[in-house]
Design a binder for this molecule. Structure first.
Ligand code: ADP
Length: 269
């Protein structure tokens, strides 16, 4: 049985609010109830879609785990075959863990459970820390000299950087160096970017990239694992700081992902 009923089969929601009809004319009351009803239906539709996506995402690693566990039970297997199946199991468990971690983060963000603690911080230092985490992968920094301190939740911004850097490396099977940069725009906002010369993104997939669970299905990345949640998480985290996120990409050539943050002065003006 589905956890959430289809939107079309939802009954009309009864009024549970005490509204004095003398204070509020009938037309206005009906309009208020109509809007509440509509908003609840939309919420339920979103949950239904999320549950369907999640079920789909869980099914793939579980099927792979099931198959490998069954095959492992065969006493005729040699050591290499056994190692191979254990490798698949390990990989799928890692995938499930990533899925859980990203789902929890998304949920916390959307329900306001993730506390945002904006502070003034040095972006240069944060970028240094983030890139150090990927050593020895070659990453070149292009930071303008007049970079002022920025305003935001330092941990949340670091999560965005780590996600973007890890994608840039993951989708650069050629091992080409990554570039990161930040520059002050005339608007008083800083643009931070991560550029790679890897697989790039097919044009047809580009409009959907920030959707939850969206993964590009091109054969050039069939072997690369992921949850399809990283970019939607990044976008929400950036918007949580008041910033915007975007990208430019050419399939087969590479991508540049960027986001904006206010300078401390702009944020506190
Ligand atoms: P995941 O990497 O877990 O699939 P993301 O939400 O981080 O999920 O990315 C969604 C899709 O966008 C990926 O499946 C990948 O094909 C594409 N993508 C993301 N970043 C890059 C990049 N730097 N280069 C090429 N493709 C990318």
């Amino acid at each position: 049985m589905p956890l959430f009923p289809n939107e079309s089969s939802l009954p009309s929601l009864p009024s549970h609010r005490l509204i004095d009809p003398v204070d509020e004319p009938d037309g206005e009351l009906a309009q208020t109830l109509f809007l509440e009803n509509q908003s609840l239906r939309e919420q339920i539709a979103r949950h239904t879609q999320l549950m369907q996506l999640l079920t789909h995402q869980l099914a793939t690693p579980l099927t792979a785990l099931n198959g490998s566990v069954h095959l492992l039970a065969d006493p005729a297997l040699n050591v290499n075959q056994r190692q191979e199946f254990l490798g698949v199991i390990e990989q799928q468990i890692r995938r499930l863990k990533e899925l859980l971690r990203d789902m929890v983060a998304l949920h916390d963000l959307e329900t306001g459970k993730l506390e945002t603690q904006p502070v003034s911080f040095c972006l240069r230092r944060l970028l240094e820390e983030a890139t150090l985490g990927f050593a020895p992968y070659p990453i070149t920094s292009y930071l303008s000299s007049n970079l002022p301190d920025v305003w935001g939740d330092r941990w949340q911004v670091s999560q965005v950087l780590v996600n973007l850097l890890s994608n840039a490396i993951k989708y650069s099977p050629n091992g080409h160096p990554i570039e990161v940069g930040a520059s002050l725009e005339s608007s008083g906002w800083v643009q931070v970017w991560v550029k790679d010369y890897g697989l790039g993104i097919p044009e047809a997939d580009q409009p959907y990239l920030f959707e939850r669970f969206y993964r590009v299905k091109h054969r050039d990345r069939q072997e690369i694992g992921g949850t399809g949640l990283g970019l939607s998480l990044c976008k929400l985290l950036v918007e949580n700081q008041g910033g915007k996120m975007g990208f430019e990409s050419t399939h087969g050539k590479g991508s540049r992902f960027y986001f904006t943050l206010p300078t401390t002065e702009t944020a506190n003006r």
